[in-house]
Design a protein around this ligand. Sequence first.
Ligand SMILES: Nc1nc2c(ncn2[C@@H]2O[C@H](COP(=O)(O)OP(=O)(O)O)[C@@H](O)[C@H]2O)c(=O)[nH]1
Ligand SMILES: [Mg+2]
Ligand SMILES: [Zn+2]
Length: 305
Amino acid sequence: MVNEKEGKVIKGLGGLYEVKTDGGEVLFCRAKGILKRDEEKVLIGDRVVVRIDDETPDSIVISGILPRKCALIRPPMSNLDYLFIVFAAAKPQPVLETVDKLTAIAYHNDITPVIVITKSDMSRHAADEFASVYKKAGIPTFVTSTQTEEGLSELSEYIKSYVKDGATAAFAGASGVGKSTLMNALFPNLSLSTGEISRKIERGKHTTRHVEIFDIGNGGFLADTPGFSLIDFARFDFFTVEELLPAFPDVMAHGNACRYADCAHVGEGVEDCSVARAKEQGDISESRLDSYRSIYKTLKNKINY
Ligand SMILES: Nc1nc2c(ncn2[C@@H]2O[C@H](COP(=O)(O)OP(=O)(O)O)[C@@H](O)[C@H]2O)c(=O)[nH]1
Ligand SMILES: [Mg+2]
Ligand SMILES: [Zn+2]
């Protein structure tokens, strides 16, 4: 007898996938040949149809991918509703342009970005400075430490009230910032492996190597993802230069009173550009505007083959 079930891909390793069906069981399966090619490759987070053939051994296969809400390259996942962008107050030192690229990718894909600053015990001052940048940008922001337990109950409350009823979220950010440690602290039954920081590179080793989604109860899914250090907008197509401004809603909000209607908000002239004025007045953080301008330049100069 052939039977079909729908479910969500929660893990994939070496071509073997784990699918959590809507009935709650976990199926181990391979993907049908066509679903292994680049464009149609199964992503963690996909809702899929699994075909179960009782008569043939080893024949539980993913036979189709249901339409995606979105698909990301970094982290490699689909159907995200929330992206928790995690970086440390110190060790490793954050690269805010990478953080801002992730917020832009989230906004562009209709995903709610949430900033999570870890290791506040390492630098109180830096943690508070970074938090003020993102609160000013209108992004939900949490300052945490698994050492002092600062912010853990607030973040846990937020996750419980939003990541439920089929919603999917992921923790993303550079390796060594403490994503897995934080997820373990928030959900003690996960027991994810975490890495000691290597002194030389100030990054975690023995860390998360693949995306894995966890059922956190109330129908919510939360993923731990491997770290990455850079997001290359010149090489990969995340969005076009025309799509950049809506991906920075805080910059866009101050761009309505520029002298020229087609102002790109990349010049420093405060007479001409209301975004430049907003920065002077402290209504937009310098680092956010620097990131916007840097990404603008990259996308503008991009050669499309
Ligand atoms: N001081 C301090 N260290 C932390 C904190 N959170 C994680 N770490 C350490 O940072 C290192 C990397 O953590 P891990 O969770 O593996 O990072 P991931 O690569 O982002 O998953 C480990 O040695 C953790 O013990 C924190 O809040 N404070
Ligand atoms: Mg990890
Ligand atoms: Zn302007």
